[in-house]
Design a protein. Structure first.
Length: 133
């Protein structure tokens, strides 16, 4: 009787598992935006449409770059396909001009979205706060 050697199969599966574990977080990174920090807690992450503006002023819907002129139309198309199209999240770099953010919010509102949620990050804990606990 001949036995099948499964050791090479196990080795290959473990290597693939490690590769997927390392690359999965990199695939979810998205657009690089330096978000402002706030002390208040935000709502838990929900599956919503995310509009991002990077530090150069480029606008993205999820991970796809969109021109400002096409933003309203693209939001209307994408919210029509969503189950819960009542809000859009806006991620904007904290160093952007206020006017660019307001133009983007205006286009989102004109697309028929009643609520625009601004995405922020929690404040960084300092070492003195950690020592007090």
């Amino acid at each position: 009787m001949a036995d099948i050697n499964v050791t090479p199969l196990v080795d290959v599966v473990l290597v693939l598992l490690i590769i997927f574990m390392v690359t999965a977080p990199l695939m979810q990174r998205g657009i690089d935006v330096d978000l402002p920090r706030t002390a208040t807690q935000t709502a838990p992450n929900e599956e919503r449409l995310i509009v991002s503006i990077d530090k150069t002023g480029k606008i993205f819907i999820n991970d796809v770059q969109i021109q400002m002129d096409d933003l309203r139309e693209q939001i209307q198309k994408r919210t029509a396909k969503m189950k819960n199209p009542d809000a859009v999240f806006l991620r904007a770099d904290q160093k952007l001009e206020y006017g660019i953010i307001m133009q983007t919010m205006d286009q989102i509102k004109r697309a028929g979205v009643p609520t625009v949620g601004l995405v922020t990050e929690p404040p960084r804990e300092t070492t003195t706060k950690k020592k007090k606990k």
